[in-house]
Design a protein around this ligand. Structure first.
Ligand SMILES: C[S@@+](CC[C@H](N)C(=O)[O-])C[C@H]1O[C@@H](n2cnc3c(N)ncnc32)[C@H](O)[C@@H]1O
Length: 264
């Protein structure tokens, strides 16, 4: 496969901006989850859809020099490595890459985009070593929503673009915002134990990292948004709002779930 179902374009400037924002927004809670796992020197890790590589680098620092990380993505142009990170251009629909069995597999904001997400989760579980951990971070069903803005209609514009972006454009492309809430049950059905999840969110203000991220996301899907009924004026107002310091919104609901394979 060629990763064609991923609705965003990691090879574009907007895609690069989006990937560069994610570590600032989500690495702290993700590090907390991975610290709870207790990553050890010597571990073999896999990062699926590694983006800019921030989590792969963090893992390599802790697993080296005897362990290491395989970092895969359908587009590796912006994936920055370091010692201990093997970068591989790979579509996870084509199977788990070589280098396993893995002591830890991490995938953040990837499976929610992929229609074969349930099968892929099973493949990832199969690729775990006994005792190995699977950590999956996704956005949940509570979408970002505006809290304050210069006018009531600005708030309505933000909420409408979010609604159409996810419930029409994203849904048509096979995205699931329910998946985050189902991951634990699928881990359980696949035989993982000690399943644990947390959720994290924050508010973000116009001009801040979270708002720049929203802007880079929506501009990557401007054509399908317009086709779905968002007007040019709404799109422009949405983008202006995200740079307006009077604007404040709740960011995505980030849900991170982990479980491990029983030891033999
Ligand atoms: C939303 S970004 C998340 C990046 C990174 N995991 C993070 O959270 O910072 C999704 C990433 O998954 C990659 N991706 C999308 N479909 C993929 C596939 N089928 N196989 C591997 N990677 C994929 C994209 O290129 C992109 O880098």
């Amino acid at each position: 496969m060629d990763g064609a179902e991923y609705i965003l374009d990691s090879a574009s400037d907007l895609g690069r901006e989006q990937l560069a924002s994610l570590p600032m927004l989500l690495d702290a809670p993700t590090h907390g989850m991975l610290e709870g796992v207790g990553v050890q020197p010597g571990w073999r890790c896999l990062d699926v859809g590694a983006g800019d590589g921030s989590i792969a680098r963090w893992l390599a620092e802790r697993t080296g020099p005897t362990g290491g990380v395989v970092a895969v993505d359908i587009n590796t142009d912006f994936l920055v490595g370091r010692a201990g990170v093997d970068i591989l251009r790979h579509d996870i629909n084509d199977g788990v890459p070589p280098g396993g069995p893995f002591d830890l597999i991490h995938a953040r904001l990837v499976l929610l985009h992929l229609s074969r997400r349930k099968e892929i989760l099973k493949d990832l579980v199969d690729a775990l070593a006994p005792g190995g951990w699977l950590v999956i971070g996704e956005y949940g069903a509570r979408l970002p929503y505006a809290v304050s803005a210069a006018s009531r209609s600005d708030i309505q514009v933000f909420d409408r673009v979010q609604d159409v972006g996810h419930n029409v454009v994203g849904a048509a492309a096979g995205q699931s915002m329910r998946w985050a809430h189902e991951v634990g049950d699928h881990m359980d059905a696949a035989g993982l134990v000690d399943i644990y999840a947390f959720e994290h969110s924050q508010t973000t203000i116009g001009g801040g990292t979270g708002c720049h991220y929203h802007r880079s996301l929506i501009l990557q899907i401007d054509a399908p948004l317009l086709a779905a009924g968002i007007t040019e004026d709404e799109l422009k107002r949405y983008c202006d709002l995200l740079l307006d310091p009077r604007f404040r919104a709740w960011f995505y609901q980030f849900i991170c779930t982990r479980g491990h394979k029983p030891r033999l």
